[in-house]
Design a protein around this ligand. Structure first.
Ligand code: ZN
Length: 333
């Protein structure tokens, strides 16, 4: 399970008041994984603190943990107090709505789109270039972003923890929408309805996991993604830089060069580093490595150096799971 917890709340419309809170995570196949839900009497310090203390009883505080939410000062304060080691990120979508409000004389939807793009660049160089352009094109929006937001809370390149593809709290919206009608009911029927839906989801996912092949090393989303990249990756020019630490120089179809380290699971495009499964260039390097392994296995006269390679390779081939960034969904993690 990815250590990013998305939290959001919705007001109840049942006449009693209060808010319904959801906390969810995401599995490697990018399925929502509900962690907790609760009804609070309101969005105040005591209620939020109680909720996060209950959450902490099942999910320990950790410096690897990330919370993602909109800029709700009371909620963020409670997170900081209860999960003192965790990091907090601001929902890019909610920030975008604020940025649009501060854009003057331009199309607000385009400003919002450009801001979302800023938050999702993979390299600092690309971010800086786009941010300079944003400053010139949308000075009033830029002033708001510069003065009222913290870049390391929303921009991927400055974010200090692993947040994978999670940069908004919108995914909780789906849980709110699914239970929209129930939020108008009395508490007990509403709680029964939510528990029933979660039980159905878990039951369905368990059945899906059990029905999958035990030979598959990839979750379906990663498998499909790499399957689409494969024909392009096969054609890229690959040059081995260092045989012992598996570094490769990859040249893409536009002539741009990238440095891949299979051991570090890293590429200078930074997609692998952030998304946690191989980018196009990493896949090209892996295909090249696999071809080398096959040809070396077929060699009749194996030299001492080649034996060294094979030893490293044998060790290396044991970790295709982490190499290609996948965990088996059947493991229950
Ligand atoms: Zn790459």
């Amino acid at each position: 399970m990815r250590k990013v917890i998305v939290v959001d709340a919705t007001w109840l419309k049942n006449g009693y008041g209060g808010v319904l809170v959801f906390a969810k995570a995401q599995d490697p196949n990018q399925h929502d994984y509900p962690l907790a839900f609760a009804v609070l009497d309101g969005e105040n310090d005591a209620s939020w603190t109680w909720f996060f203390e209950m959450l902490k009883s099942v999910i320990p505080d950790s410096c690897e943990l990330v919370f993602m939410s909109d800029i709700n000062r009371i909620m963020i304060s409670a997170i900081v107090n209860v999960f003192s080691q965790a990091h907090h990120g601001h929902c890019l979508w909610h920030l975008k709505e604020n940025v649009k409000l501060h854009a003057c004389g331009v199309r607000k939807d385009i400003v919002g789109h450009r801001f979302m793009e800023l938050g999702r660049y993979y390299t600092v160089a690309d971010f800086n270039s786009a941010y300079d352009s944003f400053k010139i094109s949308y000075p009033s929006a830029y002033k708001y972003v510069e003065e009222q937001t913290e870049e390391d809370r929303w921009a991927r390149v400055f974010f200090q923890r692993d947040r994978y593809n999670l940069d908004t709290s919108n995914s909780v919206e789906s849980m709110k929408n699914i239970n929209k009608e129930a939020t108008t009911w009395a508490l007990i029927p509403m709680l029964d309805c939510i528990i029933g839906k979660f039980s159905d989801w878990f039951n369905q996912h368990w059945k899906d996991a059990v029905s999958g092949s035990i030979d598959s090393k990839l979750v379906p989303r990663v498998k499909n993604c790499l399957h689409e990249l494969w024909p392009v990756a096969q054609k890229l020019h690959v040059r081995k830089i260092d045989s012992y630490v598996f570094e490769y120089e990859i040249t893409d179809t536009e002539g741009k060069m990238f440095l891949v380290s299979l051991v570090e699971r890293s590429c200078t495009c930074k997609v692998w580093d952030y998304e946690k499964f191989s980018c196009l260039h990493g896949l090209a390097a892996y295909i090249s490595l696999a071809a080398t392994f096959i040809s070396m296995s077929c060699a009749q006269n194996t030299t001492g150096t080649e034996l060294g390679h094979l030893h490293i390779l044998g060790h290396f081939m044991l970790c295709p799971t982490s190499l290609l960034g996948m965990y088996r969904i059947t493991s229950g993690r």
